[in-house]
Design a binder for this molecule. Structure first.
Ligand code: ZN
Length: 588
């Protein structure tokens, strides 16, 4: 479906970029525009700019850019048409009804299938055949009420029970396989239930949709204790957090990060409604950004106390501090997970544990001391070296001061000496951070070049190509002047050549050529790259002199290509030319 220019203009007019972006991330005013910490890459200093006049955004760190539609597309992870629909709903504008919205249709269908499967599993849990599952859950101390709140269920020990039920509701085997509810047999080419003989935990997102499942094995010979939904258009394990829907409603500023689903549920039942868990993966940058973007300020890390759990804790601290979320580390003695701890010592003891949880810094201090004997000179100096390097990475000056005092006491040295060492290290680090930032911006440029891999081969011509495209996007009435002198073949790089042709065709047939209209045919990364062309040209005057320079660059390149004398030609080019001459002679 092609949306009309009028409709797109209405969508953009009724969704001011400031209103939309600020509903996701806090914006800071700078002049007539705004900046924010980029929601698309991890950073501490804001490099994403929101331009009010052009209603566009541009991140100097990662190159994400575009209009309000591209922002929603990237942030909500929707396709083009879904983003337009999202903004239409936000502004109360009805969508033109003529279907064709394949991505959204597929996602809606998948969510329907998941809901039906969820109902099936839940019902089965309370049937006689669901007894092993119900016994397991009650044995873990869950109440009927908790089981209902989390919609827990049971997948029977049967290869085709869910399949038959879902088929009877009109869902095809292929659709069910795409939703990760069925598997296809390699041998017989038939389909069978993906989850069997398992207690089922539905994954419910913050909008209340079931996006997937985790099944814990109860019997049978499947060696996998937990089995999770594979990646689907509605489930992505690197951003989904289990029970975030409940944690969000708990309206607290902190989260408790646990290892598994059962820990989270046990905590919920004990009154700690802000517990979440990652599913089948360690915490990722995108989990952390989710947490920060939803306004949580602190995460109490409550992972297993074994070696692997300690490693995961240190990792989570780093990832969360990158997005400005404070961390505390909970240390349990006498139990390996929160579930066992609460069963053994009660919920009051656990509440006390949270209250007494050491700050991430104390945890780090313990780690810095690990394996060192502070009574020896070597031990002491090694400890100081590690500590200074760590403290200088702590963003808050107040936290730094607290930490300096602790280290000075620990190592029995004057506080001023530690302070001085931290100061020196901080300075060195700032210098190297500045270098890193610069190289990340440059590599960000290189990343944009993945869109146009030939760009580095023709640096001068590419600047001209980009300039001409920017001119056309800004003032389509230059079309005549440009087309008179240039044909698409004069564009040396393929991406820009296709883009130019597309824009010329659109203007020629009287269509709108805004970034928003181009979004339908391009990926968000391509749109970011095109928005980059407009932005870099916005800083320069839109004069005909500049346009003529660009045209001249491309026409000169064309003439040079045609003029190349035999002496300048490579062997391949010579052979090609010889072929051409020969075939011409044959033809005549
Ligand atoms: Zn960015």
């Amino acid at each position: 479906m092609r949306l009309s220019d009028d409709f797109l203009a209405r969508i953009k007019d009724s969704n001011d970029i400031y209103d939309v972006v600020s509903s996701y991330v806090p914006l800071k005013k700078t002049g007539s525009d705004y900046v924010c910490c980029c929601p698309f890459h991890s950073e501490k200093t804001p490099s994403c700019h929101i331009y009010m006049a052009t209603q566009s955004f541009y991140c100097f760190g990662c190159g994400a850019a575009g209009d309000v539609i591209n922002f929603v597309r990237l942030y909500e992870n929707l396709d083009y048409m879904e983003s337009v629909r999202f903004l239409a709903q936000r502004a109360g504008i009805p969508m033109p009804e003529d279907g064709g919205d394949e991505g959204a249709r597929l996602r809606t269908r998948m969510l329907e299938m998941n809901r039906e499967a969820g109902k099936f599993f839940h019902r089965t849990l309370f049937l006689p055949e669901g007894k092993p599952g119900l016994d397991y859950l009650l044995g873990r101390g869950l109440t009927q009420r908790t089981i209902k709140i989390y919609g827990l269920g049971y997948a029977p020990d049967d290869w085709g029970r869910l399949k038959r039920h879902m088929n009877s509701l009109g869902y095809s085997d292929a659709e069910l396989e795409a939703a990760s509810l069925l598997s296809k047999s390699q041998r017989s080419n038939g389909y069978y239930d993906f989850f069997r003989y398992r207690v089922m935990f539905p994954f419910i997102d913050v909008r209340g949709n079931i996006v997937g499942f985790s099944g814990r094995v109860i019997g049978g010979d499947d060696p996998r204790k937990y089995l999770n939904t594979k990646a689907t258009p509605v489930y992505n394990k690197s951003s989904f957090l289990y029970s975030l829907n409940h944690a969000k409603n708990a309206k607290q500023s902190s989260l408790i990060l646990c290892e598994g689903n059962l820990d989270v549920i046990a905590l919920y039942q004990a009154g700690f409604k802000n517990a979440v868990a990652t599913c089948g993966t360690a915490i990722t940058d995108s989990h952390a950004r989710n947490i920060a973007n939803m306004g949580f300020k602190e995460v109490v890390i409550s992972l297993d106390s074994d070696e692997a759990g300690q490693k995961a804790t240190a990792r989570a601290m780093g990832i969360l501090s990158n997005v400005g979320v404070r961390t505390k580390v909970l240390k349990m003695r006498g139990a390996k997970d929160p579930d066992e701890y609460i069963n053994k010592f009660g919920k009051e003891a656990y509440a006390l544990l949270i209250e007494k949880a050491e700050s991430g810094m104390d945890f780090e201090l313990e780690r810095l001391k690990a394996g060192l004997d502070l009574a020896t000179v070597q031990g002491k100096s090694e400890f100081l070296g590690r500590a200074v390097s760590f403290i200088s990475s702590v963003p808050s000056r107040i936290d730094q001061a607290v930490y300096i005092a602790a280290v000075a006491q620990e190592a029995d040295i004057a506080r001023q000496n530690v302070e001085l060492a931290v100061e020196r290290e901080s300075k060195r680090r700032r210098r190297s951070d500045a270098l890193k930032e610069r190289s990340s911006i440059i590599s960000g440029t290189a990343q944009r070049d993945r869109i146009n891999p030939e760009a580095s081969k023709y640096p001068v011509q590419v600047a001209a190509e980009r300039g001409i495209i920017a001119f056309l996007l800004r003032s389509p009435d230059y079309l005549g002047r440009i087309c008179e002198k240039l044909s698409p073949e004069d564009f040396p790089t393929e991406f820009n050549r296709r883009l130019y042709l597309e824009i010329v065709t659109a203007i020629g047939s009287g269509r709108d050529v805004s970034i928003s209209a181009l979004g339908e045919e391009h990926t968000p990364a391509e749109i970011s790259s095109i928005a980059g062309m407009v932005r870099e040209n916005n800083e320069l005057p839109y004069s005909t002199d500049r346009l003529n320079d660009y045209i001249k660059t491309l026409t000169e390149y064309r003439e040079k290509k045609n003029r190349k004398s035999a002496g300048e030609m490579t062997a391949d080019e010579l052979l090609e030319l010889a072929d051409k001459i020969r075939s011409k002679k044959k033809g005549s």
